[in-house]
Design a protein around this ligand. Structure first.
Ligand SMILES: Nc1nc2c(ncn2[C@@H]2O[C@H](COP(=O)(O)OP(=O)(O)O)[C@@H](O)[C@H]2O)c(=O)[nH]1
Ligand SMILES: [Mg+2]
Length: 206
């Protein structure tokens, strides 16, 4: 099992705790309690890549988005392998706040941290303040930006997909395949952890 730390960033009330609760417990609470400081959940994800099944243990860290908790962010983000950055489609301010969250992630995480942008509460169509065009224009500022995943923790839409996308990116960014024995091992190692085969320089990971 490969273990990774995943953190969730975004303003208070964007739906961070709800996304984690839908993914880990498959439930939703209209009156979700405010997150005090930092909370933590675990879930196993199976990814199939190149006919190979990988089991990933995601350690998912939740964070109280309130201003008073911001000083905890460096220790919260420490050693994170992936960060989900959330904005609420019913609150335009939460989209503009992304800049700060991205900066805090880049200042406090490793340079190879996987970053993914998530739009939340897409079931609330009548309250929508952020159009797809506006969100894309905003996010085009980031050179790492690939896609915005649109989610609803209420209906569950795209919640599994969010964490599967994270898991696939984590594999690509952290593992390499041994050319001698086919084992997957950490990209940081120069020799295969099973057979000792040497890493071929420049060979891209899976
Ligand atoms: N309709 C709807 N409400 C949501 C959704 N996600 C979160 N909420 C509600 O938004 C509020 C804030 O959610 P919460 O997860 O506590 O946000 P957090 O502060 O970022 O952790 C709660 O009342 C949730 O029930 C969603 O996908 N759809
Ligand atoms: Mg919360």
């Amino acid at each position: 099992m490969y273990r990774f730390k995943v953190i969730i960033a975004g303003d208070k009330n964007v739906g961070k705790s709800s996304l984690i609760t839908r993914f880990c417990d498959n439930s939703f609470d209209e009156h979700m309690k405010e997150t005090i400081g930092v909370a933590f959940k675990r879930k196993k994800v199976i990814v199939v890549e190149n006919d190979h099944e990988f089991a990933l243990g995601l350690n998912i860290w939740d964070f109280g988005g309130e201003e008073k908790y911001r000083k905890l962010f460096p220790s919260y983000a420490y050693n994170a392998n992936a960060a989900l950055i959330l904005f609420d489609t019913t609150n335009e301010k939460s989209l503009n706040a992304i800049t700060n969250w991205v900066k805090m992630i880049e200042d406090n995480c490793m340079s190879n941290v996987v970053k993914l942008l998530i739009a939340t509460k897409i079931d609330l169509k009548e309250k929508r303040e952020v159009s797809k065009k506006k969100a894309m224009e905003y996010c085009n500022n980031y050179n790492w930006y690939q896609e915005i995943i649109k989610t609803s923790s209420k209906t569950g839409e795209n919640v599994e997909e969010t964490f599967l996308t994270i898991a696939k990116n984590l594999l690509k960014r952290n593992l390499q395949k041994c050319k001698d024995c086919g084992t997957f091992f950490s990209i940081k190692l120069k020799f295969c952890s099973l057979c000792g085969g040497k890493t071929e320089m420049g060979v891209s990971p899976i």
